[in-house]
Design a protein around this ligand. Structure first.
Ligand code: EPU
Length: 357
């Protein structure tokens, strides 16, 4: 029996804690729940929105498509290759819970990505990453279900087309297939399970300034996975707001990539600009620094604000128990004002990271 919940408040289901409602919502705990939706004449053809941990969305109004709330559970070792142990996690498991569980099983490899908010199922969508490790570095494959046909299929890493905070799941499927445009799976697929390849021979991924500082602080030269996990948690807690206390969706903008010439031009005007040279010759700029240097830290539009300790993070200042907090409109007005001022000063258009609904 399929249970369709009506008029569901979504404030608890998005980490920005924006007040909005789902007109209708179904909880998905296994593929059969999706098949039941597709077999129901009332819902089969209606637009659908897949909701994971709600950690990368901005709700700008009530959600009219049928919300499929992913609650597929399970954490298990499912196999091994000559180089890796394969771990499988249900899409509805919390990402950080997975990271902690793998360390408890003595299966390191995910520790640099500790405390990233959201669920396992959302992690491939934006190819989450932190402190030198991205999901794609540890990804083996995933199972998803086609929301049009009900067919379950698996994708390997190449098929997911991972990029920086990007994947096939962020791109719309075109109605008219175009050979030059890879077919996107946005709103088309629901991720059920993700498999990770955790290296049998573990090496720490170091090199990030924040982590190097912890090594000095604790006088450690050869850290254990557990130490890296603890340091990443410390660094994140010190500079990123805990969504349980202050609503937010992590970094609000992607770090932009520019040509070496553009970078030289900016350095000539702002010698302190934080930048990293990439292997392909282009240069990545720290969006947080760009926003910070336009003096946005601590500023607000209504109840939407720029976090005091990290300018890349927008926060909801008002979502207390009885306060309604920021609207999605306020968040987007603030985001546009930031984009405009960064564009006027540096000639760079920042691209938002969360999905705006
Ligand atoms: N900076 C400033 N002012 C600020 C913010 C940053 O000057 O207000 C400077 C910092 O001093 C630093 C540089 O900008 O030199 C980069 O800052 P940070 O190390 O905090 O990393 P980030 O580039 O802002 C990215 C990811 C984070 C990830 C960290 C660590 C993106 C969009 N964000 O942030 O991911 O945790 O690196 O790897 O790539 C997320 O995506 O939600 C997220 C939190």
């Amino acid at each position: 029996m399929m249970l369709v919940e009506k008029n569901i408040p979504l404030q608890a289901f998005n980490t920005f804690r924006i007040v909005a409602k789902a007109h209708a919502m179904v909880r998905i705990t296994r593929e059969q729940d999706v098949l039941d939706v597709l077999a129901d004449p009332e819902w089969a053809d209606s637009p659908k929105f897949v909701l994971g941990g709600g950690s990368n969305i901005v709700l700008t109004g009530d959600v009219k498509p049928l919300v499929l709330k992913v609650e597929v559970r399970g954490l298990q070792v499912v196999g091994e290759t000559s180089k890796a142990i394969i771990v499988e996690a249900g899409a509805g498991e919390g990402w950080h819970d997975l990271v902690a569980w793998t360390l408890d099983q003595n299966l390191p490899g995910l520790e640099n990505m500790a405390l990233i908010p959201g669920t396992v199922g959302a992690s491939p969508v934006q190819n989450v990453g932190a402190y030198g490790v991205e999901l794609q570095d540890r990804f083996e494959s995933l199972d998803a279900i086609d929301l049009h046909t009900g067919q379950v299929f698996s994708l390997n890493s190449a098929q997911c087309a991972f990029g920086y905070r990007d994947s096939v799941f962020k791109h719309a499927s075109s109605a008219t297939p175009d050979l030059h445009q890879p077919l996107g799976l946005k709103d088309r697929a629901l991720i059920l399970r993700v498999r990770f390849a955790l290296p049998k021979v573990w090496k720490p991924v170091l090199g990030y300034a924040d982590i190097e500082r912890k090594m000095e602080q604790y006088g450690v030269t050869a850290p254990t996975p557990r130490q890296i996990f603890d340091w990443v948690c410390e660094v994140r807690r010190a500079k990123l707001p805990d969504p349980a206390e202050i609503g937010n969706a992590g970094s609000f903008f992607k770090n932009p990539t520019v040509t070496p010439e553009q970078c030289e031009d900016i350095i000539a005007r702002d010698p302190k600009v934080v930048h990293y040279r990439l292997d392909n010759g282009s240069v990545k700029l720290a969006a947080g620094w760009l926003i910070d240097s336009c003096a946005w830290k601590g500023k607000s539009v209504g109840q939407a604000g720029v976090y005091e300790k990290q300018a890349l993070v927008l926060v909801n200042r008002g979502a207390g128990v009885d306060g309604n907090g920021a609207t999605g409109g306020e968040v987007m007005t603030l985001a546009k004002a930031i984009q405009t001022s960064v564009y006027e000063r540096f000639g760079i258009l920042l691209e938002p990271e969360p999905v705006v609904i």
